[in-house]
Design a binder for this molecule. Structure first.
Ligand SMILES: [Zn+2]
Length: 116
């Protein structure tokens, strides 16, 4: 089973070091928005946005067997995040993903290949 061998967190970011893969970083805000508790799930199902302060922080992590329970700075602590769920969460966007947008690389591609 995929479990973290080490968990680090500060106010903004949680870092999970998995036993069988690279470390995963997730922002506190992303975790709060993805809270799997019944209350938050209900809001998402209803299409209502969760109200999350931009400076949301993780205050405490409690072990929950198959996952972890997170205590957030907005006093929300009902969500238990199973490891299998956490693995699928997006990390902080390292680069913009623009499937149909202009590709900045195109102008450099010919230059790079002619250099070779
Ligand atoms: Zn919740």
């Amino acid at each position: 089973m995929k479990t973290p061998r080490q968990i680090e967190f500060d106010a903004q970011t949680l870092t999970l070091h998995w036993n069988d893969g690279p470390a995963q970083r997730i922002t506190s805000r992303a975790l709060r928005l993805a809270c799997p508790c019944a209350e938050c799930r209900r809001l998402r199902l209803d299409g209502r946005a969760l109200v999350v302060p931009s400076d949301i922080a993780i205050l405490e992590i409690r072990p929950a067997g198959y996952g972890m329970q997170l205590v957030f700075s907005d006093k929300h602590e009902r969500g238990i995040f199973p490891w299998v769920y956490v693995v699928g969460l997006p990390g902080p966007a390292p680069e913009l993903h623009l499937p149909n947008g202009p590709r900045a690389r195109c102008s450099n591609a010919s230059a790079a290949s002619s250099e070779r």
